[in-house]
Design a protein around this ligand. Sequence first.
Ligand code: G6P
Length: 466
Amino acid sequence: MNRLIVISHRAPDPAGLKDSGGMVVALKNAMQVHKGIWVGCAPTTREPDQPDIAQLDFFHGDAFDIAYYHLSEDEHAGFYTRYSNSVIWPAFHGRLDLIDPEGNSFATYNNVARKIAQALRPHIRPDDLIWVQDYQLIPVAGHLRALGVRNKMGFFLHIPFPARDVIMAIPHSQIMLRGFCDYDLIGFQSKRDIEKFSIALRSLLDVTPDSNNRFQRGGRTIQIGHFPISIDVEEFSRFAHQNGNHCVEGGSKGIIAVDRLDYSKGLLQRLRGFRQFLADHPEHYGQVTLTQIAQPTREHIPAYRSLKTEVEQLVSAINGQYGGVEWVPVHYVNKRVSRERVAGLLRSGKGCLVTPLADGMNLVAKEFVVAQDPADPGVLILSMFAGASEELSAALLVNPYDTGSIAAATERAISMPIEERRARHADLLKAVQSNSIGDWSRNYLAALQAQAITTAPQPVEFRPKD
Ligand code: G6P
């Protein structure tokens, strides 16, 4: 079996002490099977005694090695805060208004990728499969190719791919799009993303994928595919059983929502929807509580700080208007909550609001389904703009921008007869079980394996300077 080299911005904690995000959980499986090296960013910026990014810092494990790159504060600011999370992230989630166009952050973004490629080069063996994850690291393959690496290389975008005009508005978008084409396999979460990517290729690079989503560029055949990411169904269901005593506020009629406090997740629109529900249904006062877990994230970025303030003001306004001595309608938690605990909370929800304005997949939707008691399941209310909606069509699908749609679905979830709840849940569970976490990486790596070794000339866009 080929060794696997995964490169992702977030990597596991070598001591295994910290809680991991969905992507890390998803990739651990594949790494345990294939062995190899997992390259990722050290959790804090570089201390004077740590190697700089030109040198990887290795932690040897039983199944695989973890290799950290250490960013300086300037690199972290330009690469992570600026270009990754204040240009690509808002744009890919359709928020051009939140783009921070200042500075030469693209140069830093690209340089970090170049340095990671240079640091990794000596550790690559000819048969290694190389799998790069997500928008922070798009240019890595271009730099590796420029260093003579001919290995099969795949890229997976965890976030949604945007519409053509949005791509055109991003500084350096042509170069970025060419960066995608240095891979042999480009993976997306949903069919919708493939369509949008194909349109961008046609418009911006004058390349048209064939009916099998393949295209030629620079003498190579590049495959595009959709590989919906998933969760470890057995593990999450075990967590839910073991933590079933962590009830949502409001007991059996509680509504739960769990997100990072990110503008793409539609928290403000959801809260307005819940306020509309309260306005329309006074009969539920004192009974239906929304527990909103809003995990802190990227707090040094102004757009996130403003969102936090707006969310807190809205929660307080709703609680002030509708709450009383004995009942508070929105139970807001702005803290990290462990996956185990989240599993228990999800299990006790009568309904779950997963209403992002744009989302590559959204694993909370899948976690909620798995956490339910099939005999008395809660109802999933899911945004039509989450990648998960392609698989989870038995959810109540809503337009997250439409407060009326969220309000009506909340009422429907609360009053849904048990037979309908069971039938919908059975369909949803089947969908999640038929594509569990192992399938995602297996299918992706099989598709990468099937690609031919590249013999193409080296790309010029990301060629490192001599
Ligand atoms: C999303 C992205 C990941 C990212 C994660 C957490 O899921 O797809 O690439 O790692 O959010 O964001 P953070 O900025 O903390 O890495």
